[in-house]
Structures are given as structure tokens and as C-alpha cells.
Design a protein around this ligand. Structure first.
Ligand code: BGC
Length: 760
């Protein structure tokens, strides 16, 4: 049995309620539920989301992930006193999320203001075995005297997305002694949601009744409990939604209730066991095991695998992964390049079928991307910067408002952050390289590559006797509307080159495309490195002044620079929000020598505030690849701290999904040195000094592999023969083999550069 970590909430604190509600959120890729406490607090945001369930609340709004009616809240009254940790005394506290089986637990010993002590135990999980199922238990034990216990819970549809209501209540019903059901419909009538719940008390001697008022359908239980006796409320919830209305609403709702009843007959413990078994498979396929003197390192990796699993709609290729997963309303649940670049690698190397689904999501949404390109006068597919269910552009038109003048700042990303097109193409190629899934490449893959390549060929303009790409925003969002952003140009080149390569490989004839692409690949301007190896971020970047950023870097992630300078001023200085050229070094390792990567790190790191959570981990990976493992570790830990650090508010509106993917990538692509170089798998493990061992499973083509690196010896176990490069030397591996790093040291020096293999 694997010793998977347990994440703890160190103590009740009104300031960090929302942080822990996000980082301890439970989910299964179908739904996510914030780890809000049963009792209410004014600062606490409850949240329950279904992957892919978006709705637009009104004029001037964009589609957002709907915050569904709440099912986690329970009003608890103990001898006439409302249970709240803001009064009385907390005599003991334990709260934890057990990653092994997915159970969130809290035990509190509480002294009420009237002096009576109570023990409250609550537990809940979202089932990984049965996607629509949530199960909860709350146990109460009066410790000093008999007490009157009143519990009220049900389905509370007063829930909103910060006041925006998305659902109409269609019906609320109560069945038998234990069941409640609410049927809801999005206000545009497109989707129906049915929430069915059973509430059952362990004691028969309670007074129970139901109420339905003001969008809340509730079960009320009241009983007198002798001192030392425990009563347990078991609440099971079954949540389904549909667009397809072939069944009548009544039949559909009745079926949901029947499904819930089957679960109710099994009970919490048995349902948890089923879900725990499903989690066991996840840990078997994906757990990264590290032996470190710092326990937080293993915690971070388990945390990452947990959220990477709970945020990913593995069941549904029509949805993808939101920037905050299913843990909060940040970014309105929209899907960015974060998915292909930061999240897809984890899936690709552990459960490649899921990576395929994520790419199919883009493929299924090609119509929206084509339409966006057309609207702007370009051919091919211009994927939206922010996407939801339909594949239309969802980026809000305006961002912050100046409340003195009433003017709003336009969001430029939808207009110019076009690198997402090439990012998707990059992911298509990585997917094929790691899986050799020809069927996918022949259909969806090639279509995506050709449509995206066609966009770039139309997007480039004739200037200065060559092709250039003008007026873009690269990954660094503090530098807007520039020409020849290096990241964009190189990735666009890669996009077109790969489209061409795979067309030839799969016999797709298109003479016009071939001619056009030859012209593009030979004439597109690829910014050149200076004598030190530094690549200019864009045409004007090098001419801009630099300022000392140390005070802003000390508050990375907070965007404090914008308190001192306007965005327009920031744009005119050498100030990066996040990795840009370094990001390029990371994604296309074969194009740059370690010396160039090191030069870019040295130049850009002091100019990068890391105000985006997508930044430090990438600097960390490139730092590790350049051989500075300890420096890379510092950056990796800074990346971990984005959600797991001390800042009580950094994750209030959800965890940072991309940063979570980067925790995994930082270790596998950083310390284990995994890269795909010219389609082949490369590893070059080198661990931070305080790590004794690193071990992880990896899928590569038809092989299930396991790598363990300890005392500079690498053990590789592979279910099928694999060709891979270890520390720069190509080998064939099968079965179980060991390799000592020292035997490769000479070859490391000899194979450090692989530049110049990208000929048009
Ligand atoms: C970053 C983008 C990212 C988005 C969503 C922004 O702050 O600059 O690169 O895609 O957040 O995570």
C-alpha cells in the first residue's frame, strides 16, 4: 500500500477559510466541491461545479462555470446555541484531506458559550467510482450533559456566482421519509440539472420534517441526545445534468432518484471503499514518490496528482480543464493555454487517453476557432484565448474599471494573444510523439495542425523583406502589441513545420498548402540570439529601459507593479509578468543549446516579476536542464507555495491549475530531466541534494515504465522494449535494467547541444 500524503488545515482561521476551501476541494473531474465547512461564515464561499456546465447570466457577462445549489451546508443548533467557531472555544481541532481515498475529515471539540462541550466529526467525499455521487456524514456527541440537537440541511438554491443567478427552480419534491429532490434549468433553458439527496439520521427518536421556501428545500431533524451518545447524519447526493431531453423530465428525475436509492442502500462506508479503490488506481498509475528530508516535497507531489485528477473531466471530451479546475469561480471557469502546455503533459505520460480527450475538445470546437479567424480576416483556426463549452471566445471585453472616471480597461488577450494557436499544435505533436496514435493524427491531429498552420500563414505579413508576425502578445502579458515576439514566431514556425511533416507522413496531398508552407518556413523571421546567446523577446524589447524589480519580485503574484505604474508604462519597460523566451527554451529544447538557455535565464530572470503562477516553475525546469539543480529546487518550491504557501488569500477563488501541473512537470521534466527531443524520450536525472530517491511511473508509446533514481543509479523497468536517451546516450531498454550516472558523465559533455536540426 502506498503511503499517500494527508493534507491538513492547521487550525480554524476566518481569514484562510477560502484558501482551504480551494486547496482541500474534493472532486472527480465530473464535479468539484469546495471544502467549505458545514456551518456558515460570512466570508466563506461555498461552491459546487459540474465540468462543462456554463451559462451567461446577462448583458455584459460572459459564460461562466455555474455555482450550483449548495448541498454541503448544515445548520447545527446545540441546546439552542448556533454552532459557529466564531464563538465559544475550540478545545481541539483536526482537519485533513486524505489523498489516498479522497476523504475530507474534520474533528472539533467545541465548548459552547454556555460552557457545554461537544464533539463534532464530519467527513465527506466525492466518489471517483460513481461520478454523480457525493457522500457526507456529520456526527455530534454532547460530552457534558444531555442536549437538544437540531440539524437542518438540504438543497440550497440561493447559491450564486457572486450574485449572478444562473438557474431557475423548476420543481422541488420530497419523497418518503428521507429523500429530497430539486430540478433546475439554466435560464437560457439549454441545460437541466437534477439534485437528489437522502438525509438519514442514525437515531429513530428524532422529530423530522421538511420545508421548501425561497429556493431552499430542507430536512429538519431534532432530537435529545444523552451525554456521551452520538448521533450521525448521513447525507448522500446524486447530481446529474443534461442537454439532451429525450426522456421526459419526470422520468429522468425519477431515474436519478432510483440511482440515489441504490447508493443509500449501500451506505457511506461501502461507497467510500468503492471510491478508494478507484483512487488506488490513480496512485498506482501516477504517483511520484520522493524520499526527501523535507516532507513537504512529497506532499506537494501528492497534492498535484490529487488536483490534476479531480480537475480533469476524463469522462467527457466536450469539456476541458478550467484555469482553477473545479475549485472556484476564478477566471469564470474558462479554459486557457494552461491546459495544453501545463496540464496535458501529466496526462500524456500517465493516462494518455485523457490527453487525447483534451485535444479532442479543441477539435470538437474548431468551428468557433474558424469563425474567430474569419471575423478577424484570417484563414484557418484562431482558437479563443478563453474558452468554455462552445469554443467561442469568452474573454471578457473589459477588465478592471477606474472607478473615478468610470472607464474600463480593455482586455487585449483575445485580440492579440494568439500563441494559443501554436500551443495547441505543440500539444498535438507531443501527443503523437509520446503515443504514436496514428489514428488520432490522421484525423483530428492533422486537421488541427493544418488549420492552425493555415492561420499562421495568413497571419504573417510581408515586412523588411521577410515574413513577420505583427501586433501580438506573447506569454508575457506585461508586454502588449509587439512585433515578432520570439516565442510566437518560433512556435508558429514549429506549427507549420510539423503540419507539413505530418501531411507528408500521412500522405495528405495539398499542393497549395505545401507551397505556402515552404514560403513561410523559409521566410518567417526567427529572432536571432546575440553574441551571449540571449534571444530578444520581440523587436522593441531590447531598446526599452530596465528598472530594479526586486521589491515587486518579493511580492510575486500580487501584481504590485501596477500600483506604481500604469499598464502603458509597464509596456514601455523591460518588465515581464511571466516566462516568455524562457518558456520557448522549455517547449522547444532541441532548438537551443544549454548555453543559450542559461544566457536567457540570466538575462530574463531579473526582468521577470513572476506575477503569473505560470512562471517560476518554467524557470525552474530550464534551470534544472542547465545543471543548476539547487537553483531549480528553490524555484520549484516557490511554485509549490503558490497554493500551499502561507498567503491566506492566494487561492481564495480556486487553486492555480497550471501551477499544479507545473509541480509534476518541475520534478519529471526538471529533476528527472525528461524531454522529448526530436520525437525521442530523453531523461537525465539529477536530484536536489536533500532528495535521496525519486521514483515514478511513465507511459511511453506502448510501454508502461517505472523509473527509480537513487544514489546516482537509475533503475528502469519497462513492459515493452523502448529506445530512450539517458544522460545524452541512446539505449534500448526492456525488462528491468540499472544504469549508473557516472558511466554516462563523459557522454553528457559530448552531447549537450543538438541545435540546428530544424531545417525547412
Ligand atoms: C496568465 C496567463 C494564464 C491565465 C490563466 C494569466 O494571469 O498571464 O498566462 O493563461 O492567467 O491562468
Amino acid at each position: 500500500m502506498l503511503n499517500v500524503s494527508v493534507l491538513t488545515d492547521p487550525g480554524f482561521c476566518p481569514h484562510s477559510l477560502n484558501k482551504f476551501a480551494s486547496v482541500m476541494a474534493c472532486g472527480n473531474g465530473y464535479m468539484g466541491i469546495r471544502a467549505a465547512h458545514e456551518e456558515d461564515y460570512t466570508q466563506q464561499t461555498r461552491g459546487m461545479y459540474l465540468a462543462g456546465l456554463y451559462h451567461r447570466a446577462g448583458r455584459n457577462e460572459t459564460n461562466e462555470l455555474i455555482n450550483l445549489p449548495d448541498i454541503t451546508g448544515i445548520e447545527i443548533e446545540l441546546d439552542g446555541v448556533n454552532f459557529t467557531l466564531l464563538s465559544g472555544d475550540i478545545l481541539s481541532w483536526q482537519r485533513e484531506l486524505d489523498f489516498a481515498n479522497g476523504e475530507l475529515r474534520r474533528t472539533v471539540l467545541w465548548r459552547a458559550p454556555d460552557g457545554k462541550r461537544y464533539r463534532l466529526d464530519s467527513r465527506r467525499f466525492v466518489s471517483l467510482a460513481q461520478l454523480p455521487l457525493v457522500a457526507m456524514q456529520l456526527s455530534i456527541t454532547p460530552l457534558d450533559a444531555a442536549s437538544q440537537v437540531v440539524l437542518k440541511t438540504g438543497i440550497d438554491a440561493t447559491q450564486t456566482n457572486s450574485g449572478r443567478q444562473h438557474l431557475d427552480e423548476v420543481s422541488v419534491r420530497v419523497f418518503d421519509q428521507h429523500y429530497l429532490q430539486g430540478v433546475y434549468e439554466t435560464q437560457d433553458r439549454a441545460t437541466e440539472v437534477v439534485i437528489s439527496t437522502s438525509c438519514r439520521l442514525s437515531s429513530d427518536s428524532s422529530d423530522s420534517c421538511f420545508s421548501a421556501k425561497n429556493r431552499r428545500v430542507m430536512a429538519h431533524h431534532s432530537l435529545t441526545l444523552p451525554a456521551g451518545d452520538t448521533v450521525t447524519l448521513e447525507k448522500l447526493v446524486w447530481i446529474t445534468h443534461r442537454k439532451d431531453k429525450t426522456l421526459s423530465q419526470e422520468t429522468w428525475a425519477r431515474n436519478a432518484l432510483a440511482d440515489l436509492k441504490v447508493c443509500a442502500a449501500k451506505g457511506y462506508a461501502s461507497l467510500l471503499e468503492n471510491s478508494a479503490r478507484a483512487w488506488e488506481n490513480v496512485w498506482r498509475d501516477a504517483r511520484v514518490d520522493v524520499t526527501s528530508t523535507d516532507k513537504q516535497d512529497q506532499m506537494a507531489l501528492d497534492y498535484a496528482v490529487w488536483h490534476l485528477t479531480t480537475m480533469t473531466p476524463a469522462h467527457d471530451e466536450r469539456s476541458s480543464i478550467a484555469a482553477k479546475g473545479l475549485t472556484g469561480e476564478g477566471y469564470k471557469g474558462h479554459i486557457f493555454w494552461d491546459t495544453e502546455i501545463f496540464l496535458l503533459p501529466f496526462h500524456l505520460f500517465t493516462r494518455p487517453q485523457i490527453a487525447r480527450n483534451l485535444l479532442r475538445y479543441r477539435w470538437l470546437n474548431l468551428a468557433g476557432a474558424r469563425e474567430k479567424a474569419r471575423r478577424n480576416g484570417w484563414p484557418g483556426a484562431l482558437f479563443p484565448w478563453e474558452s468554455a463549452a462552445s469554443g467561442q471566445e469568452e474573454t471578457p471585453e473589459f477588465a478592471a474599471i477606474n472607478i473615478r472616471t468610470g472607464t474600463r480597461q480593455k482586455v487585449a488577450s483575445a485580440l492579440a494573444e494568439h500563441h494559443i494557436v501554436a500551443d495547441i499544435a505543440w500539444a498535438v505533436v507531443a501527443y503523437w510523439q509520446a503515443t504514436r496514435d496514428d489514428a488520432f493524427m490522421r484525423n483530428e491531429g492533422l486537421t488541427l495542425l493544418m488549420e492552425t498552420a493555415t492561420f499562421w500563414m495568413g497571419r504573417a505579413v510581408e515586412a523588411n523583406g521577410r515574413l513577420e508576425i505583427h501586433d501580438v502578445i506573447g506569454p508575457d502579458e506585461y508586454t502588449e502589441h509587439v512585433n515578432n515576439n520570439a516565442y510566437t514566431n518560433y512556435l508558429a514556425w514549429h506549427n507549420v513545420s510539423c503540419a507539413r511533416q505530418f501531411m507528408t507522413m500521412f500522405g495528405r496531398d495539398d499542393a497549395a498548402f505545401l507551397a505556402n508552407s515552404t514560403r513561410f518556413l523559409t521566410r518567417l523571421w526567427l529572432p536571432e540570439a546575440n553574441a551571449e546567446g540571449v534571444l530578444p523577446q520581440d523587436d522593441t524589447f531590447m531598446a526599452k529601459p530596465a528598472i530594479d524589480l526586486s521589491r515587486y519580485k518579493a511580492k510575486a503574484g500580487k501584481q504590485t507593479i501596477l500600483l506604481d505604474y500604469s499598464r502603458a508604462e509597464v509596456n514601455e519597460m523591460q518588465i515581464l509578468k511571466q516566462a516568455d523566451v524562457v518558456m520557448l527554451n522549455y517547449l522547444l529544447p532541441e532548438r537551443f543549446t544549454p548555453q543559450q538557455c542559461a544566457a536567457n535565464l540570466a538575462f530574463y530572470e531579473p526582468r521577470t516579476i513572476h506575477d503569473s503562477s505560470l512562471s517560476k516553475a518554467i524557470h525552474g525546469i530550464v534551470t534544472a536542464r542547465c545543471g543548476d539543480t539547487e537553483g531549480a529546487y528553490v524555484l520549484w518550491r516557490d511554485g509549490v507555495a503558490i497554493d500551499l504557501g502561507d498567503d491566506p488569500h492566494s487561492s481564495d477563488d480556486g487553486i492555480h491549475a497550471a501551477a499544479t501541473g507545473a509541480i509534476w512537470s518541475g520534478v519529471i521534466q526538471g529533476f528527472a530531466g525528461l524531454q522529448i527531443v526530436e520525437g525521442e524520450l530523453h531523461l537525465a536525472p539529477k536530484l536536489p541534494a536533500h532528495w535521496r530517491k525519486l521514483s515514478f511511473p511513465l507511459r511511453w508509446r506502448n510501454a508502461q515504465m517505472r523509473f527509480s533514481f537513487e544514489d546516482d543509479v537509475l533503475t528502469v523497468e519497462s513492459s515493452a522494449p523502448v529506445t530512450l536517451s539517458l544522460w545524452g546516450k541512446t539505449l534500448n531498454v526492456s525488462g528491468l535494467q540499472t544504469f549508473a550516472r557516472k558511466d554516462f558523465l563523459t557522454s553528457i559533455a559530448g552531447t549537450a547541444t543538438t541545435e540546428g536540426r530544424y531545417d525547412a
